[in-house]
Ligand binder design. Structure first.
Ligand code: PGA
Length: 263
């Protein structure tokens, strides 16, 4: 087993750009990355991670010589090689400069990734020494709060068989699906986020104990943008953000990173 990425100090905020299936050309990807480099260059105390489409990862990471930005994949397969058309393995991701990988994003879960697949992907990535950005989140909220048992089940299944040592290489991205993307009503209320971070910490504490829970950053995703990130940190107690749309604009993303560094 390989654990070659240092455990990140919990106090450091984490801001992740999830470009999803954007932009359309390598030239645009390079331009966006250059912009993000500029707008985040003076920021301290934030781990910035850029997750471009696989096809741009090699080119961006090999031409980047700085140490402020790390790279991540948006997905990974659970085997190391073989007849898996269209898939990318954990060793391949590492080989092109990724240190992180998003696992269990809701946009993949709707395409058929069930709890078991997410679990297998998380384990395989961790074993390879990648840090896992584990996405969890309910589709909708109900008055009876059954979404809480869903979150518990989703998180517990992803973490099953994950040791406390591996746990320290996981970032939990809480992303309520109803808050993600263009059609969303907007980000969730900071108070609701605070309640959810407490709930997630409780689940982790029950499984691993408090001292391990403290090492797991819980970041927020779902319409995170310049206008709401400050309160999501100060009142929502987010340890950072997984940013979709706003990460496609270097100024907006830079603003979010700066806000995370000072909030
Ligand atoms: P959004 O996406 O910021 O566009 O809502 C977040 C995500 O899906 O990671």
């Amino acid at each position: 087993m390989c654990y070659n990425i240092c455990t990140m100090a919990k106090s450091k905020k984490i801001v992740i750009a999830n470009w999803k299936m954007n932009p359309s050309t390598l030239a645009e990807a390079k331009k966006l990355f250059e912009g993000i480099k500029k707008t985040t260059s003076r920021v301290a105390n934030v781990q910035t991670i850029v997750c471009p489409p696989f096809i741009y990862l090699t080119e961006l990471s090999k031409n980047y010589s700085g140490n402020k930005i790390a790279f991540g994949g948006q997905n990974v397969f659970w085997e190391s090689g073989g007849a898996r058309t269209g898939e990318i393995s954990p060793p391949m991701l590492k080989n092109v400069g990724a240190q992180f990988v998003i696992v269990g994003h809701s946009e993949r879960r709707v395409q058929g990734e069930d709890f078991n697949i997410v679990h297998k992907k998380a384990r395989a990535a961790l074993k390879e020494g990648l840090r896992v950005i584990l996405c969890i989140g309910e589709r909708e909220r109900d008055k009876e709060a059954t979404y809480l048992s869903f979150i518990k089940e989703e998180l517990e299944s992803a973490l099953s068989g994950i040791s406390s040592k591996m746990l320290s290489h996981i970032i939990i991205a809480y992303e309520p699906i109803w808050a993600i993307g263009k059609a969303a009503k907007g980000a969730m209320e900071p108070q609701e986020l605070h309640e959810m971070t407490i709930f997630i910490k409780k689940i982790i504490t029950e499984k691993y104990g408090r001292q391990h829970t403290l090492k797991v950053p819980i970041i927020y995703g779902g319409s995170a943008e310049p206008g709401n990130v400050e309160t999501l940190i100060t009142k929502g107690m987010a340890d950072g953000f997984l940013v979709g749309r706003a990460s496609l604009d270097a100024d907006s993303f830079g603003f979010i990173v700066k806000t995370a560094s000072t909030s």
